[in-house]
Ligand binder design. Sequence first.
Ligand code: ADP
Ligand code: ZN
Length: 728
Amino acid sequence: MDGFYDEGTLVAVLTTQPLDRLLDYRAPEGGCFEGAFVEVPLGPRKVLGVVWGPGRGDFDYAKVRSVIRVLDAVPMRDELRMFLERAGDYTLTPLSAMLRLATRAPGLGDAPSMRKIYRLGDTGPERMTDARRRVLEVLSDMGGLALTQAELAETAGVTPSVIKGLAKQGAVREEEAPRDTAFPRLDPGYGGKALAEDQARAAGVLREGVASGRYGTTLLKGVTGSGKTEVYLEAVAEALQQGRQALVLLPEIALTAEFLTRVEARFGAKPAEWHSGVTVTERRRVWKQVAQGGAQLVVGARSSLFLPFRDLGLIVVDEEHDTSYKQEEGVLYNARDMAVLRASICSGRVVLASATPSLESWANADAGKYTRLDLTSRFGASALPEMRTIDMRGQDLPSNRWVSPALQAAVTARMARGEQAMLFINRRGYAPVTICRACGHQIGCPHCDARMVEHRFLQRLVCHQCGETVPKPAACPSCEAEDKLAAVGPGVERLAEEAAELFPDARLAVLSSDLFGSARALKAEIETIAGGGADIIIGTQLVAKGHNFPLLTLVGVIDADLGLQGSDLRAAERTFQLMRQVAGRAGRAEKPGVALLQTYQPEHPVIRAILSGDEEGFWKAEAEERRAAGMPPYGRLAAVILSSTEVQEVFDLGNAMARQDAPLRRLGAQVYGPAPAPIARVRGRHRVRLLVKAPKGVALQPALVEWAAQFRLKGELRMAIDIDPQSF
Ligand code: ADP
Ligand code: ZN
């Protein structure tokens, strides 16, 4: 077989340690395969690594140490290694850091951990009770298959002690089995829905693509509620049928539970899950089963792109426009783009699904790089919500009130009909600003250039940049006046307070990420809402995405102008997406929905585009503007963030970099800045930003490396390069 190294041959090993190169080792006793996970000595330590290729041998052989052991894990496939290399080159990330992303499996290579499983025993129990009978019935229904203690206890509705008791008497058999078992098989022929005509056409195209076994990306653009999920599940079915694996990326963990239920209804069993809310033991199981092929479908967060799939045939990126796909710390990558890269390496398909695609994907489809499928009407009888503005000029609302009389009346009307209403504001906490009415001082974060946001639920002021929290002071920290601190502006918690006064009889559900201790609590609340257990839903960003609330017929946006402030070139795109997305929550069942947007600038072109629903027109205008400015997706952009505790140091380096820009100028690229970064101080570090704008199609990364290499980072100075930054 290819890529096998006999004992004693030199191999180059990539470790997860922050070293800039591969290290030579001797293959261990019994030899090893390329891609093998190994433990190697590094100084006094043992570290994890992967055999990356043949050793270079530019070192005295006698001094080369041996691989300690080969771990019991499926060797990393060429495809994944190539993906890590290419993704590292693209994002300018050292390969060792890329490997860390791909080895986030706890206890990799440890012996499998065991757990107890139960089957029906040979004898009856000494004394029969109701609980015992239920256990025995469940096991006898299993036809000889075993259940874990948790499964058995839950299905039979008994406590574990009942099972233990039966085991002691021999009425059930207790055995040890490895924990890392395969996932139940998914059946592509199970539970398929009859598709509407346009759905069937789209599903047919996607299935054909998957069946072709060749790379390709499709933008599946469908209005909210058009049945995109049902359509791309058909592509998943095709992958399963071909014996290949599939991955579905979701932008938000809170959406997973509902999605898993849909997968179960479609394929008869639940898939594997991979995100920060998954337990350590389960993560380890998923990682192994993905490598062995025992997990056919993974539903997860962006980090699932780095799992060791045996044969990945399809990646779906749901809500592909969502900004949370961009990882903003550590390795700066965009999961949407990395999905395309990974699929192109493993001959897989990508489906980018969205009601409001990113301008990047829209343009790629326009240029013919992606195919595009459109679903233009909602599934079944439900119609798209009607959208209207409420002009807030001259509304004369009392201070600290944000719900206009028109919106209030609309909500009241819904409640009278037993329907649900949603009030949306894209701001967490109680109030964005805390100001002293005596001296005008605004309370800011001690470490960042950001205001402290009052969170009444937590009874603290919180910095949304660094997470610093302090109790709300009684006196002004600046002038020491007592009882003069006032909350200014609305946040979701304050809106909830207003709603409680305006609608005293309503059952309110407040959804904001910091009000829930766990994903489970949030899931429970979402189910309660979907089941009609609330009259008014008050929420942030969290409620805008993907949820299905059948009784919801009214969405009221408190401040539609919020995202239009500031100078970010993407502001229009973001606002357009968010408003259309949140409006799309309304009227998903039979009853028609309405979205009301409170705005001070009803004539603003973006607000008008949102209302008219002329999406193609909006994208074209946006695209023209970006093209004229040479901005993405019609030009390339990279941001260099310099930071230090010393403000002078960062500007000095920034200025030097702006002057010595020959490697970039050669490409026709321009350097802008240095300017204070969008948040100029975070965690006590001053930040300045240089923006590099380059024509499309040039080799930007090598030039950036050459440029940056001219400068030494002394002392506290740090540099981070963000390819394709989100804000510009
Ligand atoms: P989208 O992902 O485009 O927002 P969904 O796939 O969530 O839309 O579909 C919206 C609703 O319509 C869901 O409740 C879904 O179950 C239902 N639905 C979509 N297509 C079908 C179908 N072919 N048959 C039955 N119900 C469907
Ligand atoms: Zn802070």
